[in-house]
Write a protein that binds this ligand. Structure first.
Ligand code: FES
Length: 155
């Protein structure tokens, strides 16, 4: 499989800032993750070649750190709290409504790569339950009626 042209261009741009030292592996992977939202397999192979490391080394390091993802993620990350306080205040209904609106289940990404839907145990903002976080914005006391507005604001 060959890389999409823009992926290849993004990678070339990232690698142009590095000298090829093996110690640059994690910073390079972080840059790729930030730019592309995930680590495509062919990109990891190219990074391995650039740093003269084996594919297994690059794969091993990248799977060790939870910050790296191997599947495409959406431009907007929607996280619904599944903690007790949020659950008691209708969190499950909020999650179901978001799944319905986006047409995806928890852990999935929309085909247009606009949204990835995740859940978490507790944001530590229980007083605002139920809580939904979109990217870095925290929305409290969310109702199903408010969701359309909240999701639109993320776009
Ligand atoms: S339980 Fe949802 S923020 Fe704590």
């Amino acid at each position: 499989m060959t890389a999409e042209p823009d992926v290849a261009r993004e990678l070339a741009e990232i690698l142009s800032h590095y000298s090829g030292a093996k110690s640059e592996l994690i910073p390079i992977l972080q840059d790729v993750q930030e730019k592309l939202g995930y680590l495509p397999e062919e990109v990891m192979q190219r990074v391995a070649k650039f740093l003269r490391l084996t594919d297994n080394t690059v794969y091993g390091v990248s799977t060790f750190y939870a910050q790296f993802s191997f599947t495409p993620t959406g431009r907007n990350k929607v996280t619904v709290c599944r903690g007790t306080a949020c659950h008691v205040r209708g969190g499950a209904r909020i999650l179901a409504e978001i799944e319905r609106r986006l047409g995806i289940k928890e852990g999935e990404t929309t085909d247009d790569l606009e949204y990835t839907l995740e859940t978490t145990a507790c944001f530590g903002s229980c007083a605002l339950a139920p809580v939904v976080v979109i990217n870095k914005n925290v929305y409290g006391r969310v109702t199903t009626a408010k969701l359309a507005e909240i999701l639109t604001m993320a776009e």
